[in-house]
Design a protein around this ligand. Structure first.
Ligand SMILES: *Cc1c(COP(=O)(O)O)cnc(C)c1O
Length: 428
């Protein structure tokens, strides 16, 4: 049996940084990533046989808990019939119908294999449909790693952004305007400056990639009004929030209808599935119907679709989301009470199966406020919990995830461990 650190050393020889996606490397908290051997329900086991209560949930997909028997069975059955055909299947119609039936703003949907592909294509489609080049995104929202989206704000509020990744030429982001989340005035100013040049706004309608940050009252409503007024496409990136915060995503919680929606994570049930869709008149611009090109060898892969479809169907169980929300709230409130009782500046928030923990007095509503939390304390908390068998996301800028398998006793167990950890942090 190899230890986590032996595996990490070995991984680093053939895989850059030892991981296939950077946040897994523990760079922002230090220490050695746990190599996962298996997972079941609310738990994962590492290479050393140690069990953890898992709040990473594969970064969102594992909403039913890990290895749900009905999802695993659906995957096994699909696999027996062949892994990929490169020709259409009935299951693709079924998952498209399942998505369209659940999200009223989506009249048509195209499947891809990741969230990155979904957002990249939704933006291309918005540009093709409007004939405009400029796009608006918000600092702290993550929409995958397409060139034009790896960008941070420029020096002035309405100047175009700078790449956040080397390898992205400045010209590739020159059409991307980066504004502050929850600042509607800035969006209005942008439309006044470029009234007929903005193709779309892409937004996480509840942000989960700068820790959990909810929209202020009126923010999403304002985006909707401005897009309608100026003929721009409103894209809700619900890759994380779709079927995670409630049965109809943020659009269901708020009643605000985007023109296009992007999905991934939950809709693949742990397999690689992404999707973009929305108004049929916009979707008619996608090839083969229209001139906006998009394709994928493994798009709508039958095994992945089987996992997604089984997951969506299980989410229809009566009371699923009520229970999920109650467990997330129990965790968030319980952590907040215990941290404050220990004299630690701390707040927490939750929605559906998502939560945020912040080492600061109040719940943040901007990236600046999230950044002003006590990151050192977060690291101590993270390692204290990990040592005691609770796996939170290894960064203070990520949301956490609760699944249907996290029952009341698992949350209570987490809270008792946290109480111990808060006491050690306070003493440190
Ligand atoms: C995870 C995520 C993406 C990227 O999805 P991948 O499948 O990792 O490419 C895009 N948008 C949001 C909001 C996400 O949370």
């Amino acid at each position: 049996m190899s230890s986590n650190s032996e595996l990490f050393d070995r991984a680093c020889k053939t895989i850059p940084g030892g991981v296939n996606s950077p946040v897994r490397a523990f760079r922002s908290v230090g220490g050695t990533p746990r190599f996962i051997q298996r997972a079941q329900g609310a738990h994962v086991w590492d290479a050393e046989g140690k069990r953890y209560i898992d709040y990473v949930g594969s970064w969102g997909p594992a909403i039913l808990g890990h290895a749900h028997p009905e999802v695993v069975k659906a995957v096994q059955q699909a696999a027996e019939h062949g892994l990929s055909f490169g020709a259409p299947t009935e299951a693709e119609i079924e998952i498209a119908e399942a998505i369209v039936a659940r999200l009223p703003s989506m009249e048509q949907v195209r499947l891809v294999s990741s969230g990155t592909e979904a957002t990249m294509t939704a933006i291309r489609l918005a540009r093709g449909y409007t004939g405009r080049a400029r796009i608006i995104k918000f600092e702290g929202c993550y929409h995958g790693h397409a060139d034009s989206l790896l960008v941070k704000a420029g020096s002035g509020m309405l100047t175009f952004g700078n790449p956040t990744s080397s390898g992205v030429p400045a010209e590739f982001v020159q059409h991307t305007l980066v504004l502050d989340y929850n600042n509607l005035d800035a969006v209005e100013a942008a439309f006044k400056k470029y009234p007929d040049q903005i193709a779309c706004i892409i937004v996480e309608p509840i942000a989960g990639n700068m820790n959990l940050v909810k929209p202020r009252k009126g923010f999403l409503e304002g985006l909707r009004e401005l897009c309608t007024k100026y003929g721009a496409v409103l894209i809700f990136d619900e890759v994380m929030t779709g079927f995670r915060v409630g049965p109809q995503g943020v659009q269901g919680l708020t009643g605000i209808q985007p023109d296009l929606t992007t999905l991934a994570k939950v809709i693949g049930g742990g397999m690689p599935v992404g999707a973009f869709g929305g108004r049929a008149d916009i979707m008619a611009h996608i090839a083969p119907l229209g001139g906006v090109y998009q394709a994928g060898t493994l798009s709508g892969n039958p095994v992945a679709v089987a996992a997604g479809l089984a997951t969506l169907r299980l989410l229809d169980a009566p009371g699923f989301y009520e229970n999920l929300s109650a467990r997330s709230a129990q965790l968030a409130k319980g952590l907040e009470e215990r941290a404050r009782a220990a004299g630690i500046a701390f707040s927490a928030d939750s929605v559906g199966g998502m939560f945020g923990i912040y080492f600061r007095d109040s719940i943040p509503s901007t990236l600046e406020e999230v950044s002003a939390s006590d990151i050192e304390r977060f690291k101590q908390f993270f390692h204290g919990m990990l040592e005691r068998g609770v796996h939170f996301a290894p960064s203070a800028f990520e949301a956490g995830f609760v699944s249907g398998a996290h029952d009341e006793s698992i949350i209570n167990e987490t809270l008792s461990i946290a109480e111990e950890v808060f006491a050690t942090i306070k003493a440190a």
